[in-house]
Design a binder for this molecule. Structure first.
Ligand SMILES: [Zn+2]
Length: 220
């Protein structure tokens, strides 16, 4: 199913809490137009107070989550306004990043949807990031864990013809929770299933660390 998004429209009351769900970023989504959160009894099911009713705007909203966009709270009329924002303020006809400051031509809300390879005119250049999948020429996260103590730099190794080859070194950083992270992303040069592992060389204080091998499918 690579290169395709799967979107399920379930005709049933699935939840009192949501009208739709989607992976962000990812390639699956769901809307449940019969559920209470998709419509309001006072406006009727298909008709609504807006030109684009909630059942329809939810489909567009969820598909944009798949492109990596979250819920910016800047504009209560925005298509991506959602949970986490003040939903009582949600109002007016839906707009899609009206002033190009959030996710159309900007990436403040998580991703710039114009960058992605989903447009008919071929203008987008990036694939939708998916876990365990990488793309030739695009940075791919291979180590995003947190550490309490480390002896040195993290080396990402790749198994090539039965040998572990050093690919790239990464310096440690501190995240907001003051944990050590490397956030190591490598940029594959060729397609195929590649096998990697983490390695940290021994120091006087620490023994060597060798992570378990894992694979990434470099699909395009
Ligand atoms: Zn949402």
């Amino acid at each position: 199913m690579l290169g395709k998004n799967m979107f399920f429209i379930i005709d049933g009351k699935l939840s009192k809490d949501y009208c739709g769900l989607a992976s962000q970023p990812g390639n699956t989504g769901l809307s449940t137009p019969g559920s209470d959160n998709c419509w309001y009894p006072e406006f009727g099911f298909i008709s609504s107070e807006r030109k684009l009713n909630t059942s329809s705007s939810t489909i567009a909203h969820e598909l944009i989550h798949n492109l990596g966009v979250g819920h910016p709270c800047k504009n209560p009329s925005d298509l991506m306004y959602g949970t986490g924002c003040d939903l009582d303020k949600e109002s007016g006809e839906k707009v899609i990043d009206e002033d190009s400051s959030l996710y159309v031509g900007a990436s403040k809300a998580g991703a710039n949807i114009l960058d992605l390879k989903v447009w008919k005119d071929g203008s987008g250049k990036k694939y939708i990031p998916l876990s365990d999948v990488c793309y030739v020429g695009e940075p791919c996260m291979v180590s995003n864990g947190t550490w309490t103590n480390v002896g040195g730099e993290l080396i990402i190794q790749e198994r090539i013809a039965g040998k572990w080859i050093n690919l790239q070194k990464f310096k440690s950083k501190r995240n907001a929770a003051n944990k050590i992270v490397f956030n190591a992303a490598i940029t594959p040069k060729e397609k195929g299933v590649r096998t990697y592992r983490e390695y940290i060389a021994p120091t006087k204080k620490f023994t060597a660390y060798t992570g378990r091998p894992f694979t990434r499918n470099v699909v395009y």
